[in-house]
Design a protein around this ligand. Structure first.
Ligand SMILES: [Zn+2]
Length: 209
């Protein structure tokens, strides 16, 4: 995939994601792996109004080759996700209410989703009887340290679809733009269901079940 193709797809994705309220106040960042390296959104742009100027291009080693904006601190985590997951072509990082709240309510290091038909929106999940596990990492302003934690976790439990950062948001991966958007929408649906379930069943009962 050429850098310009990836940028066009991310501009369109940004409008769609922004309309759903998952990247408020210029939060979040998007990236793609391309033939020549990576493209990543620069810091501080409204994801609903991205233009070509809002992207920074990197080579395969992570050296900047084009783009004048400030790289987001979270760029490092995007590049790390590509290193860990060879099939990943897109990474979307979002700050939705459901992902932010759920990752705080669940005190452990993962959310296990089961019993939902919509789990099948995630590639490889065939049944509501399967368990879809999304790891949770404590938030850290030191992105290198956070990246290291994610890498260590991946060594013993490979990350397939996404990771949550506690009180912060979601990183979701896909092999193409359609898959990453489906994963994002599917997970947001499931997180919203879990939030509603916890409200009705009670937080303690819900989290322990
Ligand atoms: Zn963020």
């Amino acid at each position: 995939m050429h850098n310009n193709t990836a940028i066009s797809e991310l501009i369109e994705a940004g409008k769609w994601v922004s309309q759903r309220g998952w990247v408020p106040a210029t939060g979040g960042n998007f990236s793609a792996r391309t033939a020549s390296g990576y493209v990543v959104t620069a810091s501080g742009f409204d994801k609903g109004q991205l233009g070509t100027h809002a992207f920074i291009e990197f080579d395969h080693e992570g050296n900047r080759t084009k783009g004048s904006g400030n790289p987001s601190a979270e760029t490092e985590l995007h590049l790390n996700m590509y290193k860990l997951i060879p099939s990943a072509k897109f990474v979307l990082h979002t700050h939705s209410v459901a992902a932010t709240v759920l990752s705080r309510v669940f005190k452990g290091h993962a959310i296990n989703l089961h019993g939902y038909e919509m789990q099948k929106s995630l590639s490889g999940i065939k049944s509501h009887l399967d368990t879809l596990t999304i790891p949770i990492f404590d938030n850290d302003q030191d992105i290198d340290r956070l990246s290291l934690l994610v890498s260590d976790h991946h060594l013993h439990t490979p990350i397939e679809h996404a990771v949550l950062i506690r009180g912060h948001g979601l990183y979701v991966v896909g092999r193409d733009i359609k898959e990453v958007l489906r994963h994002l929408e599917g997970l947001e649906f499931l997180f919203s269901c879990e939030l509603e379930r916890l409200k009705l069943e009670g937080i303690q009962a819900g989290v322990q079940s």
